[in-house]
Every structure is written in C-alpha cells, then in structure tokens.
Write a protein that binds this ligand. Structure first.
Ligand code: FAD
Length: 476
C-alpha cells in the first residue's frame, strides 16, 4: 500500500463532471488537486452526447478556453458527420432538424440541430460530441500529473479534518470496463465489484473529496451506508428501458420506400409515437420508436418504453422482440413498423434498463454531501438520457460546486467544518430543486404538447447560471 501527498481536493472520476470541476478549481489557482479514474487507460468509450445551451453556458463560466475547445471539437464532429450523411444525397436540406412524427408522418415536435438556431434563441449554441472526445479535450486542459488513470476508488475512511481514499490498480485489464454505458446487463447491479486478481493498492489523503464517479458511484454507497439514506445508495430502476437493434440488413426495397415516403423524407433519423391519449386501462406510457436510416437496404431502431424490469431481464431475445412488437401494436403502430422490429438481428439486440438517482428524496439534511465529501453529476442525480441533460446538468454542478470549493479554499477555511457544510448546502440548494424539475421533464416530457415543451426549453436554456450563482453569494 502506497500513500501519496495530502491534497486540498481529490476528485474521484475523470468523466466530464470530474474534469470540469478540476478545471474550475485549477483556473482559480487551486492546484493542489488530483483526479483519479478507474479506467485502466483512457480509451474510447461512451456515445455521442448533445451539449445544449445551459451546459455550454456552464462550461464558459468554468473556463473560456475549455468552452472554446469543446465548441470547436463539437462543431468539427458535427460537420464531419453531416458530410458523411450527405454523401450522394443531394436532397439533404440546409437546416437540420430532429423530428418527432405521429404514425401518419405528421410532425408533432421539431428540434433544430444547428448551433446558430440555439445561439439566436438562447444566447448560446448546441453541439454534439462523443463522450470520449469530451473527456479527452477536458483532460488535456489539465497538467498530466493531475489526472491519474487506473485508480479505482474502493473505500473512504474519515479522519477529523481529512478523508483517506483507498484505491485499487488493476494490472491485467486493458479495456475500459467501467464507463457505465459499457456495462453488461448482468453487471448492472451497482454493487458489482469484479474480483481483481492482479492488483496493487494505494491511498490518497485529501481535505475535500468530490464524488464524480458516475451513476454507479462507489462513494455514494459509502456515504449513505448505515444511514437513513441507505435505500438510495444505489440507482433505482426508472421504470423505462430501451430495446434496440442498431443495424438490420436486407430490408426490402418496398419497405424502405414506404418508410422514406412517410417518415424519413429527407432526414436520416426520425422518432415516431402515437400522440393520442393512452387507451383506457393502459398501464404503460406510449412507446417511442426512433428509426435510423443506414445504407440502401439497412436501418436501425431504438425503442423507448415503460417496462417492468423483470420482463426486460428474464426474457429470451425472441421473447423481447415479440414483446416490443406487441407494445407497438397496442399503441397503434402500423404493420410496416412492427415488421421492421420483427426483423431484428437477435445477435445485435440490445436491452438496457435506465436507472435514476432521484433528486426529490425527502430528507431534512443535505443529501449530496456528507462532511467533507460532495456528490456531483451522475453520482448525485444520474437519470435516463431522454432529455439529453445528464452531462449538461453535470456541467452546471461543476460550475457551482467549483465556486463553492474555491470560496472555502481561497478564504483559508479548509479546517472549518461549518463553513464547508454551509458551502456544500448552498451548492445543493441551488442545484437540487432545479434537478427535480429536469428529472420530471426527463421522465414525462415525451407526451407534452409542443407548446409545453417549448416553454420548458425556454426556461432551461435561457437561464443565466452566472446570475444565479451570484444571487447565492457564490463567486462565479
Ligand atoms: C445513451 C446515452 C446518451 C446520453 N446522451 C446525453 C446527451 O445527449 N446529453 C447529455 O447532457 N447527457 C447525455 N447522457 C448522459 C451523460 O453521458 C452523463 O450524464 C454524463 O456522462 C455524466 O458525467 P459524470 O462525469 O457525472 O459521469 P460519467 O460520465 O459516468 O463518468 C464517471 C467517471 O468516473 C469513473 N469512475 C466510476 N467509478 C469509479 C471509481 N470507483 N473510482 C474511480 N473512477 C471511477 C468512470 O470510469 C468514469 O470515467 C447520455 C447517457 C447515455 C447512457
């Protein structure tokens, strides 16, 4: 067991939120910090995330340079993707939208995808960026010695004015098995701690610990253990799941033409749902089917639906496809769409339950911190990705918790428990009520009328975090 320096702040998790928090501190002159991550080495993981005006505003507040770099990488990625999808397709429109359509092909919601639309409307744009590019770009803004891979936090112990973080380094694994979206279904239980044969142990001591270790947070489990919050220590099933097959080949010309004519038109992605109110007696929400146009005779789909967890996990792939088709039929989807799902390649069938750390837990004390440890990002409020807000909200956390910690450190209050508790409760009071609204919208906004959706978007994207932080007497 080796033991390193005493750090002012140790951040567990080098995902977007941990790294953004580190940058917020570093740019404010707080350099005695360390970020650790369990990944054996930083390597591609995750999918594409959309950074929306609120997330980009938070990033700009954290550090102008981080904002500029992420914006450039995001715009380049979007441009590259666009050129690829336009190859040989002269009909691609200038302005791009993501449409939600009803089962007759009428548009029921449209989301513009271009940076400038968002910039004009909300004072900030929107970019898409792969999770790994987001991580790499942020990581490269910090000196190398501040970010250490291959240190999985396994436990915390508490001293009077510091925390010891125990870590394990795995000498054999080369992949990145831990990023939460790479987990196999069988290991989705937040408790899974693979037995590691060939590993070494270290420990780090820090005055403050930021838990940015994602939805399956080890630190959250640690701080809730043996407390009234114990039942909330692991993520709860949200009631929603995805069933998808992202590549189905050999779709007939007739089916492709029918789908192009009614649904895709000139787009390559479209989401379909039946906007008619739930049939009487229905106990589940209407499913949403995202169709992705691939090559000439191939496409993919992603079906989001409310579903009992047991049904999702215990059924065979054939039975899962049958279940998906039944749910589509019940919701009035036409036979052509049911047929597409029936053609799913069973070897490529994905089922993913979505988990959540609810922000609306009723408790008389702060729930996002205990003493010198504070939760941020998915570790605090992980949720399904339906409203594309997980990383955006996490960046807001990073801006606020970064200010709170900077206030403690720059006023030499690291020994002052009351001051630390006060700053962490300010962070939570500023962020948690808003997160409750975001989580509500995440779970239920798919059935809102377009006007309600627009009002919600205006509220989320027009907010000026800088002003809100100042009102809470935190320095932006
Ligand atoms: C399919 C999908 C699509 C999404 N799309 C969007 C979107 O469009 N927009 C959006 O805003 N959000 C989106 N999200 C959500 C977004 O990806 C997350 O909210 C965001 O990545 C959370 O960041 P984080 O840093 O808190 O956690 P993570 O990104 O999960 O990072 C946690 C980090 O901690 C490390 N770690 C975990 N445990 C330990 C440990 N014990 N010790 C050390 N390190 C540890 C992990 O290796 C990882 O690097 C999507 C999510 C999914 C699954």
């Amino acid at each position: 067991m080796t033991s390193d320096n005493l750090y002012d702040v140790l951040i567990v998790g080098a995902g977007p939120v941990g790294l953004a928090t580190a940058i917020a501190l570093y740019t404010r002159g707080i350099t005695n910090i360390l970020v650790i991550d369990q990944t054996h080495r930083f390597s591609p993981a995750g999918q594409v995330v959309d950074l929306l005006p609120n997330g980009l505003k938070a990033l700009k507040l954290i550090d102008q340079q981080a904002y500029d770099k992420i914006k450039t990488v995001g715009l380049d990625f979007t441009q590259g993707r666009r050129q690829k999808s336009e190859d040989g397709s002269p009909t691609t429109p200038k302005k791009r939208f993501w449409y939600q359509k009803d089962l007759q092909g009428n548009v029921i919601r449209s989301t513009p995808l271009d940076f400038d639309y968002w910039l004009d409307r909300y004072g900030e744009g929107r970019v898409s960026i792969p999770w790994y590019s987001l991580q790499t770009t942020l990581r490269e803004l910090l000196p190398n010695h501040i970010v250490k891979a291959n240190h999985r936090c396994v436990d915390l112990t508490y001293q009077a004015t510091s925390i010891t973080v125990k870590t394990v380094s795995d000498q054999t694994r080369l992949d990145n098995p831990f990023a939460h979206w790479h987990r196999k279904e069988s290991s989705l239980s937040a408790d899974s701690n693979p037995a590691i044969q060939d590993c070494s142990h270290s420990q780090f001591v820090a005055k403050l610990v930021v838990a940015a270790d994602g939805i399956n947070s080890t630190i959250r489990r640690n701080i809730y253990r043996h407390s009234p919050l114990e039942q909330w220590s692991t993520p709860q099933y949200s009631g929603y799941a995805a069933i998808s097959c992202l590549q189905i080949e050999n779709i007939s010309d007739a089916v492709m033409q029918a789908l192009d004519k009614t649904y895709f038109q000139s787009q390559s992605v479209v989401t379909l749902r039946n906007p008619v109110a739930k049939p009487e007696g229905a106990t589940t929400d209407a499913p949403r089917l995202m169709l992705l146009r691939r090559d000439q005779n191939s496409l993919g789909y992603l079906l989001h639906l409310s579903l009992d967890l047991d049904l999702l996990q215990k059924k065979s792939p054939q039975a899962i496809v049958a279940l998906a088709v039944n749910r589509l039929k019940e919701a009035g989807f036409p036979e052509t769409l049911c047929q597409v799902v029936r053609l799913s390649d069973l070897n490529r069938l994905i089922r993913r339950p979505y988990y959540i750390h609810p922000a609306n837990i009723e408790y008389e004390q702060p729930i996002w911190s205990r003493g010198r440890v504070v939760l941020a990002g998915d570790a605090a409020h992980g949720m399904p990705p339906f409203a594309a807000q997980g990383a955006n909200q996490g960046l807001e956390d990073a801006a606020v918790v970064g200010s709170a910690i900077a206030t403690v450190i720059t006023s030499n209050q690291l020994e002052n428990d009351a001051m630390i508790a006060y700053q962490f409760s300010k962070y939570e009071n500023l962020r948690r009520p808003f997160m409750e609204k975001i989580q509500y919208a995440t779970l239920y906004s798919h059935s809102w009328p377009h006007t309600e959706w627009l009002q919600y978007s205006d509220r989320v994207y027009s907010r000026e975090l800088k002003t809100i932080i100042s009102q809470f007497n935190l320095k932006p």
